[in-house]
Design a protein around this ligand. Sequence first.
Ligand SMILES: Cc1ncc(COP(=O)(O)O)c(C=O)c1O
Length: 394
Amino acid sequence: MKKKARLETLLISGGYDGDEKTGSLAIPIYRTAAYAFKDTEDARRLFAGEKEGFIYSRINNPTVDILEKRMALAEGGEAGLAASSGMAAILLVAAHLAKNGGEIVSSDRIYGGTFNLFNKTLRGLNVCARFVKNPYQIDDWAREISANTRFLYVETPSNPTLDILDIQKLAGLAKERRLILVVDNTVATPALQTPLKLGADIVIHSLTKYIAGNGTDIGGMIVGKKELIDKIRQEEYRDFGPCLNPEAAWLFLLGLETLTLRMRKHCQNALKVAKFLRKHPKVLKVNYPGLPEHPLHAIGKKQMKGFSGLLSFELKGTFEQAKKFIESLSLCRHVANLGDSKTLAIHPASTTHEQLGIEGRKQAKIPETMIRMSIGLENAADIIEDVKSALSKI
Ligand SMILES: Cc1ncc(COP(=O)(O)O)c(C=O)c1O
């Protein structure tokens, strides 16, 4: 395949020119734990890192390797490292970069699981996090940086508030302070945003979401400079053991083939639902930066090709009414996931972002009346009818 191929082409053919032995057009699933060495010298060289190749599927696997290469090509990075989940990918990066008492400076608008990892679990391993309370202010980021800071962490757009942060500006600060900028690109995917091209150093994904596309498996990905990816693979990845199984990699590769088409439709459907919600008398506020009047629309337009399929909104009512809304949906499913072909809804304050605590949620702007919806690929009119009917019941 041509090196300069465009995204849609890379997502279909990148990293795989066919199987030399069989000519298999579809990518083979290498369901093996280990790989036979040619001789003892070959084994020694592979273990010493003097030769590239496969040793043991906890470290690398030919099917997973294609997914890593394809994701790296899509993100415009040098190399990829697939993990067993998005959380495993975040843990690997944090453990590698901030080991031995390092600090993370993170936006406070992040997925609840990531918040808990930084705020509690990693603290037990002597890695601390400082959360930037107004992540739009570059000065607030600068203020939190200390001599122990190892990296800046951003999720943009963020789950569930859809905050969009200026990657180029944050990359400028990171460079100035000789820090690494890590961006969670799960909500946008490389179809809509490529943070490495805007100056970020590492991109993280939960492959579970839009990359899988239909909620069929759990996985994560890290993309960055080859030297760094190789080090993480040789150290934390090899020793902690959160590898991705080849069947899951195969499903994610299948998902990548249709990613650009699906993202276009997710964006179109989400905008239609957001436009319906913003006019509804029971809705106080809609968080969807794809709406032209949204305060983050301009920055989103600058760094993204579309606004994805995730949105959230605040009801004018109470916590009880928010629960009633969720329970009144019928086409839209009540599920703790996003990025599925099916439309999904959840109440973040009592589920995905419960771990932030009352104060944390207040700070992160997640009220008890907030509903998060991951708009799927159904006919938008059917999604809107279901939402309208659930709103009529509260
Ligand atoms: C933005 C974001 N990043 C990371 C994760 C974690 O991914 P996983 O569930 O694959 O571990 C999630 C999960 O919801 C998420 O929403």
